[in-house]
Write a protein of this length. Structure first.
Length: 185
């Protein structure tokens, strides 16, 4: 099955699941991501979309087949993925999300460490890598769970004086996003 190239955007990968973006494409994207970035250690986070767990599994298998290790930080907001990449010893990261797009969409925001900076990986650049090679499914899944929530929340709270917040009554509408996970914690 050929991958639908319409999913490769200027800044990320996005498409309707499973019509445009499916598990087979996610596997190939995982392999290409490791080849393109040279990453051995990849942190992955996902949003609350119904298709995210299936895409995570296929992406993880592809990353592992190319020699990478997955560090699964579970479901969370995109900022959690950026925080984990910037504050732990990971080479690269992928956030499984289609951001503001409707529920039938999903995708990948991809990044890698470049010194002390985080560099975004463009979907169109990864497509060029994918066109250079064909892939076969092999390798054992190499996945480690990592809980970064405590450090993430401590970082967020370091920006405020809790004595000023505690007396406030605050109402939060997390809408359909996973920000509610952070607020709850």
């Amino acid at each position: 099955m050929e991958i639908n190239t319409i999913i490769f955007k200027s800044y990320d990968i996005r498409g309707i699941y499973p019509l445009e973006l499916n598990d087979e494409a996610a596997f190939d994207i995982g392999r290409s991501f490791v080849k393109f970035t040279g990453a051995k250690s990849v942190v992955v986070c996902h949003d609350a979309r119904i298709s995210s767990p299936a895409l995570f599994k296929a992406l993880a298998e592809g990353i592992t087949a190319q020699g990478g290790t997955i560090h699964d930080i579970g479901q969370g907001p995109t900022e959690l993925a950026y925080f984990a990449l910037g504050n732990y010893d990971f080479d690269a990261g992928i956030m499984i999300t289609a951001s503001h797009n409707p529920k039938e969409y999903n995708g990948f925001k991809m990044m890698k460490k470049s010194g002390n900076d985080i560099e975004m990986i463009r979907g169109k650049d990864l497509l060029l890598e994918m066109k250079l090679d064909s892939f076969s499914k092999d390798g054992k899944l190499n996945l480690e769970k990592k809980d970064v929530w405590k450090d993430y929340l401590n970082h967020i709270l370091s920006f405020v004086d809790l004595r000023e917040i505690i007396p406030l009554k605050i109402v939060v509408d997390a809408s359909n996003g996973v920000a509610g996970l952070a607020i709850e914690r």
